[in-house]
Ligand binder design. Structure first.
Ligand code: TRP
Length: 327
C-alpha cells in the first residue's frame, strides 16, 4: 500500500481555487481506498506569518472543520494537527543540522515571499525543514501537493538522502505527486483566483454573499437576446467545473442567444449552493459538537504520535542520543 501524506495550511477561508486545486483531489485520493492516507493541519507552519493568537486559533479550528466537512474521513485517513505531535519540532532541529544553508537559499517560495515584502523570519527560511520532518516521520511514499510545493518535497527528499548516507538507512525517500493542474481557476475578474487579488468565491460563504459574488462575475456587454460564446464566458467555465448536468442545453442556449448572463449566473448560484450543501450541513453540525471534533483530533493524534515517536527514537539512536538514565 502506498502511504500518502499531505499537510493543509490553516490560513484563512478556503475558496474555489483551493477546492479545485487541491482539496477535491486530496479527498478523492482518500476515497480511492487503495492508499494509506495521513492528512494533517499544518498549523505550526502558519506561525511564519500569523502572530495573533486569537486569529491563529480561529483559523486552526476552522481549518479542521473545513476539511472534515469537505470529506476527510477519520475512518479512512489518519487526521491530526501538526502541533499535537511534538516529534515534528524535535526532528526539525535534528534535520536543520543536516541541511546546508545553500539548499534553503534556493527555495522559490522563500524568495517569492521575501520579494513580496513578507518579514523574513528564520521560520520562513527554514519552513522546508519542518515540512521535511512532517513527511519523514511517517515514512510517506507520496506527497500530493500543488505545483508551488513541489520543490519543498524535493528538498525533504534531499535531506532524507543526506541523512541516510551519513547515518545509514533511516528514512523513506518521498516523492512529490503534483496534483493535476485543473487549469488555473479563474476568479471573479477572470484573473487566477487568489486571496491577494481579492477575486475569490468562498466555499462556505453565506447565501447572500455567495449570490452577490456570483452575480458580480465579470462578463462582456453582449446585449440580451444575442448569441453568447460559452468558451469566452467565465460563468460558463464555472458551470463546467461544477459539472452542470444540463451543460449541453445551456451551451445551446448560449449560442442561440436564448439565455442572458443574469440567468446563467442565477443557475450557477443554485448549482454551487447545492454542491456544497452536504458540506455546509456537516460543518454546521460539527461546529455544534466540539466533543466530537475533539474526539476525532485526539484519536488522530494518538495514531500519528505512535508512528512519529517510533521514527524519532530511531533517529535519536542513530545520531547517538540515548536517554537511558531517564528510563
Ligand atoms: N507547505 C504546504 C502548503 O503550503 C503545507 C504543508 C506543510 C505540507 N507540511 C507539509 C504539504 C508536508 C505536504 C507535506 O500547502
Amino acid at each position: 500500500m502506498t502511504r500518502i501524506l499531505t499537510g493543509m495550511q490553516s490560513s484563512g477561508t478556503p475558496h474555489l481555487g483551493n477546492y479545485f486545486g487541491m482539496m477535491k483531489q486530496t479527498i478523492e485520493l482518500q476515497n480511492e481506498g487503495k492508499n494509506e492516507c495521513f492528512y494533517f493541519i499544518a498549523d505550526l507552519h502558519s506561525f511564519t506569518t500569523q502572530r495573533d493568537p486569537e486569529e491563529f486559533k480561529k483559523n486552526q479550528e476552522t481549518c479542521v472543520l473545513d476539511w472534515l466537512s469537505l470529506g476527510v474521513d477519520p475512518k479512512k485517513s489518519v487526521f491530526y494537527r501538526q502541533s499535537d505531535i511534538r516529534a515534528h519540532t524535535e526532528l526539525t532541529w535534528l534535520l536543520l543540522c543536516q541541511t546546508p544553508m545553500g539548499l534553503l537559499e534556493r527555495a522559490h517560495s522563500y524568495k517569492d515571499k521575501k520579494a513580496k515584502g513578507l518579514e523574513a523570519n528564520s521560520g520562513l527560511f527554514t519552513y522546508p525543514v519542518l515540512m521535511a520532518a512532517d513527511i519523514l516521520l511517517y515514512s510517506a511514499n507520496k506527497v500530493p501537493v500543488g505545483k508551488d510545493q513541489k520543490q519543498h518535497v524535493e528538498m525533504a527528499r534531499d535531506i532524507a538522502q543526506k541523512f541516510n548516507n551519513h547515518y545509514g538507512e533511516t528514512f523513506v525517500l518521498p516523492e512529490p505527486q503534483v496534483l493535476k493542474d485543473v487549469e488555473t481557476i479563474p476568479g471573479l475578474d477572470g484573473q487566477k483566483m487568489s486571496k491577494s487579488y481579492g477575486n475569490t468565491i468562498e466555499i462556505f460563504a453565506d447565501e447572500a454573499v455567495l449570490k452577490k459574488k456570483i452575480m458580480s462575475i465579470k462578463t462582456d456587454s453582449v446585449p440580451l437576446g444575442k448569441s453568447l460564446d460559452p468558451k469566452k464566458c467565465l460563468v460558463f467555465r464555472f458551470h463546467e467545473l461544477f459539472q452542470n448536468p444540463n451543460l449541453k442545453e445551456l451551451e445551446a442556449k448560449y449560442k442561440k442567444g436564448t439565455i442572458g448572463y443574469g440567468d446563467s449566473k442565477k443557475q450557477l448560484f443554485d448549482l454551487i449552493w447545492e454542491h456544497f450543501k452536504p458540506a455546509r450541513e456537516t460543518k454546521a453540525k460539527l461546529a455544534q459538537d466540539s466533543k466530537l471534533v475533539e474526539k476525532i483530533l485526539k484519536e488522530g493524534a494518538e495514531k500519528a504520535n505512535k508512528i512519529a515517536e517510533q521514527k524519532l527514537a530511531e533517529v535519536r539512536e542513530k545520531m547517538g542520543l540515548t536517554s537511558k538514565h531517564l528510563v
